[in-house]
Design a binder for this molecule. Structure first.
Ligand SMILES: Cc1cc2nc3c(=O)[nH]c(=O)nc-3n(C[C@H](O)[C@H](O)[C@H](O)COP(=O)(O)OP(=O)(O)OC[C@H]3O[C@@H](n4cnc5c(N)ncnc54)[C@H](O)[C@@H]3O)c2cc1C
Length: 468
């Protein structure tokens, strides 16, 4: 086996967490390698068409995530790929939605990684770890060039699935009490949508939608609907329950859509929509057999969904399928057990921690592992935000390793909030910065002085204090 090279920091996984982690590590002076199995960055937000980033703002209207994630948004806006943050009071209490065109986002992430000096290794799968004395020394990888080993002083697991941490021997959990994980869904992208028709239908049938669920805003459904002029105010809408019910009864729609309805997100490219209306349960996203089954079943549902949209949803009559997402959307797999485990209570109470390195405000957004139609929301009290402690990024029992993104240390329900892409980016910036500082100071991430990390993060635009 060939040892290729050594880096200060190796980031495995180039999703929202990993891309930001690598940029942060390189900007803070670390020689940084990013390993990604696909040929682009972004992970779920580019490869699974999760284009509406939630909760840059809490529902009180305070921005809670800045730094590199905000810079990404600014650059995508400049290239015409985003309308920016939209204060989302119409939908569930997620504070804000920020639609980002996936192709523009891929390009922006490439550019930012290159400018920071990140070495990108695409089309490469991490398959194992090099561990001695409970310390991760490197990662075994495979690609068209064969199997290789890359060594790093600090490794960041941003695989979403916690592959690296699990293979290195860190403890982890999957799913709820019975181990079953949240639903898996496939997003479809549809063109030639007539938005005015869609808006008129929503205004005429407000009780058929999830509207004004935000307990903090105090807005009534009627008030929300009367204010709804166009999709620049509410890019995402969920409902159409009566139409779905009718179609299911007639055998013209499958019965597995969210809450028995469909979610529609109008994209920055004007006449397009991204539609969530497919679900499957009992899929383990770390099992390739399960993933294969999910791809086939959800593509089948996606084609039924598109037929339904054209026949039943006003504004979709002349629409056409542009594409289904390149891969199914995985909400949950391994959650690595770290020095602190973020809970639903921490989220709901808006808890603050001395070792805060990132913030979140999305509600607990639990897509039931048992029932493909069921979603449970639990909101942050008072429309505020909660802290993510640095300890959630440090796996128990293993050194030189940090986790970022949806595999951080959290309970099933805690993760159901922290999994939102914006929060994943925020944990990525914290992990990347911590890794670079650890290398500079010659300490393991566990021993890093958190106050120094917090100072550096704040100097680099990260919001840690001063918001509810
Ligand atoms: C259907 C669905 C709807 C969602 N809706 C929203 C929403 O509306 N708003 C929102 O903000 N969030 C939403 N989310 C959540 C959010 O998109 C994800 O939780 C978040 O983007 C995860 O980011 P990540 O970086 O942790 O993981 P990922 O984005 O999954 O990135 C992990 C990366 O690691 C790579 N990788 C994995 N294993 C390996 C390996 N062994 N070797 C090399 N590379 C590897 C993958 O290819 C991937 O690029 C949704 C998620 C789903 C599934």
């Amino acid at each position: 086996m060939l040892t290729v090279s050594e880096y200060d920091v190796i980031v495995v996984g180039g999703g929202s967490a990993g891309a930001v982690a690598a940029i942060a590590a390189a900007r803070n002076g670390a020689s940084t390698l990013l390993i990604e199995r696909y040929g682009f960055l972004g992970g779920a937000i580019t490869g699974q068409y999760i284009i509406g980033l939630k909760s840059f703002f809490n529902t009180r209207g305070e921005q809670i995530v800045g730094g590199i994630p905000q810079e990404i948004v600014d650059r995508v806006i400049k290239l015409g790929g985003s309308p920016g943050h939209i204060r989302d009071r119409f939908w569930v209490a997620c504070g804000s939605t920020t639609p980002l065109d996936p192709a523009t986002l891929k390009y922006v992430l490439d550019e930012m990684a290159a400018e920071a000096g990140v070495e990108l290794l695409f089309h490469t799968f991490a398959i194992n770890t090099v561990v001695s004395k409970n310390t991760v020394r490197g990662v075994e990888i495979t690609n068209k060039s064969g199997r290789q080993i890359v060594l790093g002083k600090v490794i960041i697991d941003a695989t979403g699935d916690g592959d690296i941490a699990a293979w290195a021997g860190a403890p982890y959990e999957k799913g709820g009490k019975d181990g079953r994980m949240m639903q898996v869904s496939l997003i479809v992208r549809v063109g030639n949508v007539q938005k005015d028709k869609l808006i008129s239908y929503i205004k005429e049938n407000p009780d058929d939608f999830i509207i004004g669920e935000d307990p903090y805003s105090g807005l009534t459904r009627e008030l929300v609907v009367s204010r709804l002029k166009d999709f620049s105010e509410a890019p995402e809408i969920g409902g159409f329950f009566r139409l779905v019910r009718k179609a299911v009864e007639k055998g013209e729609m499958h019965p597995f859509s969210p809450r028995g309805g469909v979610n529609i997100l109008i994209s920055p490219m004007k006449e397009e929509a991204y539609v969530y209306g497919t679900n499957i349960v009992d899929i383990d996203g770390t099992n390739a057999w399960d993933l294969s089954r999910a791809e086939v079943e959800l593509r089948k549902q996606a084609f039924i969904l598109v037929g339904f949209l054209r026949k039943y949803i006003p504004g979709f009559e002349e629409s056409y399928l542009i594409d289904v997402a390149p891969q199914v959307g995985i909400r949950e797999t391994r959650r690595i057990i770290g020095e602190y485990v973020l809970t639903a209570e921490d989220v709901i109470e808006g808890r603050k921690f001395d070792d805060v390195v990132a913030k979140g405000s999305n509600p607990v957004d639990l897509h039931s592992p048992e029932d493909p139609r069921k979603i449970i929301h639990k909101f942050v009290k008072g429309g505020g935000s909660y802290d993510i402690p640095y300890r959630c990024l440090i796996p128990k029992g293993i050194d030189n390793l940090l986790v970022a993104g949806r595999c951080i240390s959290a309970t099933h329900e805690g993760m159901a909030s922290a999994r939102t892409a914006v929060t994943c980016m925020a944990t990525g910036q914290a992990a990347g910065t911590a890794a670079a500082l650890s290398v500079k100071e010659g300490v393991t991430p566990r021993r890093l002085d958190v106050s120094k990390l917090q100072k550096t993060l704040r100097e680099q635009g990260v919001i840690l204090y001063g918001v509810h």
